[in-house]
Write a protein that binds this ligand. Structure first.
Ligand SMILES: [Zn+2]
Length: 416
């Protein structure tokens, strides 16, 4: 019988070969990938993944959102499956590992179990969640969101890309509409392996991030209105400058995040200035403030402090102000049992590890609402992601997948 010892590891070369093989589909222009959701390239990547799963003896299930579920049978017909998964779709200028590592790492776990002849009580499922990135069809984590009951399927089907093509029509066109009702599956647990997409693990020289929390988020879209006027001939005391208002509010967002340390961030990442002309004082500015923290109280407090401060600034400068919330997630606390399984695995394997908070959204954040869930992170070079230059080492990929192997086997219970 296989036991969870320090030597129980996946095949790092085989994992790497699969990652490189998948990266050939939908190549980018600078060494990364452009395999956006529900494109022909996405369909090709799915087909390759399916062929690998079937070669590993798994059975493929497909739901009405195109989520893929490859199952390795367990010994107890009544036991709920343990899931592993992430996403195969990429940003338009994406890397080779964001999402893909979590799916192909899951496949490598199954291949390793097959090599060893391991039998588990619970079935094990490897999942590819549709449209995690949300670039082509907003929002991100769309299909896991429908699975977890956050959005309706009708709403998701109606999301449109920049050319006006709908998610539902494109899913059908690429031939990946399944007949399973989305969200009908029950889960014993779910594990998502993902690259960190931040610089902490590399800087701290840790192999493994044990993800305990996911950040909550508010996106506040602010419309500041003043009066367009000539920058040369309008006296300073007669200006109603929406650009100045935005500048002060941007600084306020920064100050408010600084006042909520530790584990709180805030910035203005998007802004449109009207009319955006060198010699016109801006009459209108639309910008979005992004606040994130894993602490619900801090999240609420940052939003309300910003709203109060922005109103004060607008009043002082004689500007109109409207604030509309356009994005929100509550902070996520991952399942303590699953988190322990990840930490135990890293410990047993002798990998350096630290607890970490996920700065980005992931499918696991939604699934955590309907099943015990945890995430494993591995470092990425310079914290760079959503960039074709995104890079990880083969050793990091293998270590993260080793940890997932142990956490999943502990959870799925080895019987032979
Ligand atoms: Zn991702």
């Amino acid at each position: 019988m296989t036991t969870l010892g320090q030597n129980l590891k996946i095949d790092g070369d085989r994992l790497w070969d699969s990652l490189m093989e998948m990266a050939k589909i939908g190549p980018g222009i600078a060494g990364g990938n452009n395999r956006q959701t529900l494109t022909d390239e996405d369909a090709e990547g799915r087909a390759l993944f399916q062929s690998w799963c079937e070669a590993a003896g798994m059975t493929m299930g497909l739901d009405t959102m195109g989520n893929m579920f490859a199952t390795r049978a367990g010994e107890d017909p009544d036991a709920l499956p343990v899931y592993m998964g992430s996403h195969l779709d990429t940003q338009p200028t994406g890397g080779k590992y964001d999402g893909v590592l979590g799916v192909l790492g899951g496949l490598e776990v199954i291949r390793t179990m097959n090599d060893l002849g391991v039998k588990t009580k619970h079935p094990i499922v490897v999942t590819n969640w549709t449209n995690e990135e949300g670039t082509r069809f907003a929002p991100a984590m769309l299909a896991s969101g429908v699975f977890a009951g956050k959005h309706t399927q009708d709403w998701a089907y109606g999301r449109e890309d920049a050319e006006g093509k709908s998610f539902g029509a494109e899913l059908k066109r690429v031939g990946w509409v399944g007949d399973e009702a989305v969200g009908a599956r029950k889960m014993h647990a779910m594990f998502e392996l993902h690259i960190e997409q931040g610089p902490i693990l590399e800087a701290e020289k840790k192999d493994i991030g044990v993800v305990t929390h996911g950040q909550g988020l508010w996106w506040l879209q602010c419309t500041v209105t003043g009066k367009d006027a000539h920058t040369g001939s309008t006296p300073m005391n007669m200006r109603v400058n929406a650009g100045l208002g935005m500048a002060r509010m941007t600084e306020a967002a920064h100050e408010i995040a600084m006042a909520h340390q530790p584990h709180a961030v805030g910035a203005v990442g998007h802004c449109d200035v009207y009319p955006n002309s060198r010699n016109v004082i801006p009459g209108k500015v639309v910008f979005t403030v992004d606040f994130r923290t894993p602490d619900l109280e801090k999240l609420t407090s940052m939003r309300s402090q910003f709203e109060a401060k922005a109103a004060e600034i607008a009043e002082e400068l004689g500007l109109g102000l409207e604030i509309e919330p356009v994005g929100h997630f509550d902070p996520v606390t991952f399942d303590p049992g699953c988190v322990s399984a990840v930490r135990n695995a890293a410990e047993r394997l002798g990998y350096s590890h630290m607890d970490i908070i996920s700065g980005a959204g992931h499918d696991a954040c939604w699934i955590n609402d309907v099943a015990p869930t945890a995430m494993i992170m591995c470092p990425c070079v310079d914290g760079l992601s959503h960039n074709e230059a995104e890079d990880i080492s083969q050793e990091w990929a293998a270590a993260g997948t080793d940890v997932m192997l142990h956490a999943v086997l502990e959870t799925a219970e080895i019987v032979a």
